[in-house]
Structures are given as structure tokens and as C-alpha cells.
Write a protein that binds this ligand. Sequence first.
Ligand SMILES: Cc1cc2nc3c(=O)[nH]c(=O)nc-3n(C[C@H](O)[C@H](O)[C@H](O)COP(=O)(O)O)c2cc1C
Length: 215
Amino acid sequence: MRELTYVTPKPATLEDIQELVRDYAKAAENAMEAGFDGVEIHGANGYLIDAFLHHDSNRRTDEYGGTPAKMARFALEVVDAVVARIGKDRTGLRLSPGAYFNMATDSRDRAVFDYLLPELEQRDIAFVHIGIFDDSMEFDYLGGRASSYVRAHYGKTLVGVGSYSAQSASEAIAADKFDLIAIGRPFIANPDYVARVRASEELVPYSDDMLTTLV
Ligand SMILES: Cc1cc2nc3c(=O)[nH]c(=O)nc-3n(C[C@H](O)[C@H](O)[C@H](O)COP(=O)(O)O)c2cc1C
């Protein structure tokens, strides 16, 4: 949203990809050394890993593009490298099966996530976290909400997100739609969000203007 200068991206070489996988593992190791409990690998919302997972952004014809297994390969290599470095219990992954953010939807993307999610399930990582601003969005090719689609294809711990209140999140968890909720904007507006929810106090509504005071 800022005034940035963009360059035309160029495809990563196979050497670039190997180096990137090592970088993710090193970053995870650094996070552990800095005292964090774990890392969430960002594989959502058009970030690098997500760019491999959608046909609109992945036009590769080598072993990282063209088929679901090849398109999922970079994501799985990063997960495997991070798990090898810090352990599966400390590794989470954020994913956006519904392309909606700086990306055109393509019904063929569904097959990529159909392949990726069971592969992830076998790796038994700490959690998968949906990347979306509003979980009421529905995607034709996923047969509904991104969270419902992931729930149906991934049997381990799932973190939901996207315009939930504590109340609506509790209801969704009680209905077994996901296991945990991530809260974003209400936390920006209410740094004492947990205490306020516990005490049933009113919340300050979020506004984008609040972001200017965060930087
Ligand atoms: C200021 C701001 C920056 C965000 N940056 C990212 C981001 O870099 N990557 C991402 O996947 N989601 C990003 N999000 C989305 C949030 O992680 C979250 O999915 C979204 O805000 C929905 O949750 P909420 O309704 O509880 O805020 C951002 C959200 C906000 C408000």
C-alpha cells in the first residue's frame, strides 16, 4: 500500500531454491536462539512459499512447477528443513488455499492443496494456520470456506483466523471447525484483549489509522 518501486520478478534458479531452503532453516534456528518457543513458516497470502502453490504465480516447468507434487515441493522442502533444525513440535505453517490476495484464482490450485495437506499431516507439525482476512469468504473450487476445506483434508491441529470475535471463535471451536483461533486486528486495537474478553469488557474497535502509531 506504500509508494514502493517494484521490479519484474525472475524465476529462482535451482541454486537459489536450495539457498532459500537453507535460509528458512537458519532463520528458524535463529528464532530458537533468540528465545522463541517455535516458528510459524509463512506459506500464505502470496508470500514466497504461497507463490509456488498457485498456478497464477507458479509458471515453472521444472521440478518445482506443473504438477501438484512439484508445486508443493518447495513448501515441503522448507517444512522438512525447519523440522530437521528445530523439531516438528516447534514448527507451524500458515497456508492460503483460497487465492484472493494479489493473485488470480485458478480452480487447478485445489489439486495442489489436496496433495500438500495429507503430506503435511504425515509430518505431524505443531499446527497449520489459515491465512485469510475474513473466514466467511467462500471459494467455488474449495467447495466453501478455506477453513472448512483444510479441516476436511488435514486431521491435525488447525488454527482458524479471519474476522472472528471471541464469541464467534468459541462457537466455531465448539462446532469443531478448527482447534485454536488467531486474533489479529482486535489485538492491535486492544493490547489487553485477553483481559478485556475475560472480564466481558467492551473492546475498542480496530481502525487502520492505529497502524501509524505502531511504526
Ligand atoms: C496490519 C496488518 C498486517 C498484516 N500482515 C499480514 C502478513 O504480512 N501476512 C499475512 O499472511 N497476513 C497478514 N495480515 C492478516 C492477519 O494475519 C489476519 O489473518 C487477519 O488480520 C484476519 O484476522 P483478524 O480478523 O483477527 O484481524 C495482516 C493484518 C493486518 C491488520
